[in-house]
Each structure stands twice: as C-alpha cells, then as structure tokens.
Design a protein around this ligand. Structure first.
Ligand SMILES: *Cc1c(COP(=O)(O)O)cnc(C)c1O
Length: 410
C-alpha cells in the first residue's frame, strides 16, 4: 500500500456518503447532471479568507491569483472577499472584469504579454507588472497610441527564492520578471516615460508549508523593495510581496500555520524603512485560498485485474485533474488524498488498488496502491484538494472526452 495525502479534517459522512458543504456526493452529482464533476465549497474559501484576515496585519491586502481557479461563479464571489485580483493573460483580464472586480484592483503579470493584451490592460486601467525592459518599452508605445497614462509596476526576479517551495519562480535565471540589479533602472525609465508608477511585484515561489521559509522570504522581499525604491528615488504605491502559502497535498504534509507569519509581518510593518512607510502591501494567493475547497468526483466504469493488480477505471482522469496524476510540476508521483465517496470512512480492503483515468495513456493514474474499501462500477471516487489547478489547468481536449462539470456550493 502507498499512503495518500491527508483528507481535510472537516469532511464527514452520512450513512457512508461523503458530505461536501453538507450535501451528499451522490446528490451533488444528480444536481449537476453527471460525472466527472468538480464541486467547490464557498464556505471553505470564506473560512480561509477569515483565517488570513485574523492572522495577517490589516495593512496587508489579500489578492487572489485567479489562475488557480477562474470558474466564473467562484470569481464573482471572490470579488467581494479579497482586495484584488492578479491575472496572467488577456483572457483572465476579461474574466476578472466580467466578475466585477474594480480595474484599479487588478494587476497583470506573466511573461509574453502581446501588444493586444497590453492594449486591453492599459485601456481598462489595470496595473501591468512588467516582465522585461522590452515589455516596458512596448507598454509606453501602446499607451501613447491610446492617449492613456499606463499604470506600470516592475516584477522583480529576486536574488533569493522561497525555500522548500514546490515550484521555484525566483532566484537564478528565470523567464519571470527583471533581474533585481536592473529593476530600478527600468522603473526610472518608466517614470521618466510618463507612466503612473505603481511599485514592485516580487514573487519568490509557491507551495511552501514552512512558515519560517515564508517569513524569511517576506523579510528579504521588503528589504529588496526598500533598496530598489531608494535606488529609484520614489516611494512605491504598492509592494506586492508575492505569496507562496501552500496546502497539504501529500503524505506527511501538514497545514501551514499562518499565525507566525502574521506576527512577523506585524513587526515588519511597524518598522518599515522610510521609503516604504506610505506604501500599500499585498500578498497574492491562489491555491491556499481555493485548493482545499474543491473535490473532483468521478464514477467507476470498470474494475479489472492484471497480473495480480487491481485497476479501478473511472470516467475522469488527467484531462481534468492533471495534478493528481503527478504530471503538473511534481518530480515524483505521489497520491493525492482520495476516497470512495459512497463508502466514505468504511474499512479498507487488504488488497491495494490503482485508480486510473479513462484516457488511453499510461500516465493517467489518479492513485497508486491505495487502501480503499471494496469498489464496484457505479461507485464514486472523490479526489480532494481539487479546488486549484484542476479544470482550467488540465488538457481537457486530449482524447476528446467531455469537459468536467463544475458546481459552486454556498
Ligand atoms: C501562480 C502564481 C500565483 C499563485 O500561486 P499559488 O501557489 O497558487 O498561490 C501567485 N502569483 C504569481 C505571480 C503566480 O504566477
């Protein structure tokens, strides 16, 4: 048997049926019409936002990185819960505006912004986090053509990275941001070019579960923002401190305790360097806000054996939930938390089973050597931690299966 990641503690059952947001999994499938289905529980997301507000000083805004889950009904709800959206494409810009987010609270990062995306961003009056000198020059040109003053910030490729983070996005040679030693010069060029200077975006990594690593990174980020601002000779209206708050996907992972992070930030904001005294600050989070709120439900189509191993074949797969198959930013495949939704909490059988998706490729494995209760066709398999980087981060068109359904509760 191989262990799975921890199923979030709040999931309960009624007569063996997994409850999501107080509703039985099978009745949610009925409501949505079919499997495969992503269910998102708004109550869990609201609880995360409350945790953030309770632990983190008021001075620090909470932004939602919408690439984690851009499901429109969810985005519409998020507009009322968070202080801003961070987007990473022209498509996400349209989604953010459709959701009703105030353009002044949207910022746009991402390498390779096309001129039409820059144009849409400048036209809408959102902040562009510049990823290169070339992009800065193009933004000024586009703005001049539109007769608009562009709101520009510089995304810095910091000279450090977030330790223990699942995905490194800062430190060393990177396609993201401008190297720290050139960031001040770019900011100065943009100010001199007539831009509305918005400040810094410094994102050092993702999926960290160690509060100390986040505390160290945030301290280094504030320090870097102060040094760069001094070099520019202008106070930044906003310092986006990045994010990196992780969630427990895998065996041995534990929930991140954000309280020590709040304590350290409280100290930091009380002792800010002069040049940052009037700056606003933001933390941008994706998976931490929405990841634990999602469950992917898929139905068992077949149960078969091969050379002594049992394979539970479901109607979903990596085309909806790529990350659970281990093919989205992980080196070694490990089991996501997974359960038989209609036999939730029941005794596992002694025979390990593999849960595989319906795609005709050997990489479509959703769970390996699992201890599950006996499974039969028609049963529902639940994969937890499916609220972030699921439906929108998976190759839905691969092999021509239907798109997943999505349902927002609460
Ligand atoms: C992806 C991304 C995020 C969100 O990352 P999570 O790990 O989901 O919190 C935040 N900021 C930037 C710049 C990103 O690219």
């Amino acid at each position: 048997m191989k262990p799975t990641g921890p199923i979030p503690a709040w999931f309960a059952e009624e007569e063996g049926m997994l409850l999501i947001g107080g509703c039985g999994a099978a009745s949610l499938v009925d409501e949505a019409g079919d499997t495969p289905l992503f269910v998102y529980d708004m109550g869990i997301i609201e609880a995360q936002v409350r945790r953030f507000r309770e632990a983190i000083p008021k001075k620090i805004d909470l932004h939602y990185a919408i690439k984690a889950n851009p499901y429109a009904p969810l985005l519409a709800r998020m507009t009322g819960l968070v202080d801003g959206f961070d987007i990473a494409s022209g498509g996400e810009l349209a989604m953010a505006l459709d959701a009703g987010m105030d353009p002044a609270r949207i910022s746009f990062a991402g390498p390779g912004k096309r001129n039409d995306e820059l144009e849409a961003a400048i036209h809408a009056g959102i902040t562009i986090n510049l990823e290169s000198e070339g992009e800065g020059a193009r933004a000024l040109t586009v703005a001049e053509r539109l007769g608009k003053v562009p709101r520009l910030a510089v995304r810095v490729n910091p000279d450090f990275d977030l330790k223990g983070s699942g995905m490194r996005m800062g430190g060393g040679a990177k396609p993201f941001g401008v190297d720290a030693d050139r960031a001040a010069a770019l900011a100065r060029t943009m100010i001199d070019g007539g831009a509305d200077w918005r400040g810094w975006h410094i994102f050092a990594g993702s999926q960290a579960l160690d509060p100390m690593a986040i505390i160290e990174t945030q301290a280094a980020t504030i320090d870097l923002a102060a040094r760069l601002s001094d070099a520019v000779g202008a106070a930044p209206p906003l310092v986006n401190l990045g994010g990196g708050f992780g969630i427990p996907y895998f065996p041995g992972d534990e929930r991140l305790d954000i309280r020590p992070i709040g304590v350290a930030l409280d100290t930091a904001v009380k002792a800010l360097p002069d040049i940052l005294k009037d700056s606003a600050f933001a933390i941008e989070l994706g998976r931490w806000l929405v990841g634990e709120a999602g469950v992917y439900l898929t139905q068992v189509v077949d149960v078969k054996t091969s050379q002594g191993e049992t394979f539970v074949v479901v109607d979903g797969g990596l085309h909806h939930q790529l990350a659970a198959s281990g093919n989205f930013g992980t080196v070694v495949r490990r089991n996501y938390p997974i359960a038989v939704a209609n036999r939730f909490g029941r005794e596992p059988s002694t025979q390990p089973v593999n849960v595989v998706g319906c795609l005709c490729t050997p990489i479509d494995r959703l769970g390996e050597k699992l201890a599950l209760p006996p499974v039969a066709p028609g049963d529902f398999i639940a994969i937890f931690l499916a609220g972030a980087y699921g439906a929108s981060a998976s190759p839905a068109a691969f092999l021509g299966h239907p798109s997943p359904r999505e349902l927002l509760l609460g």
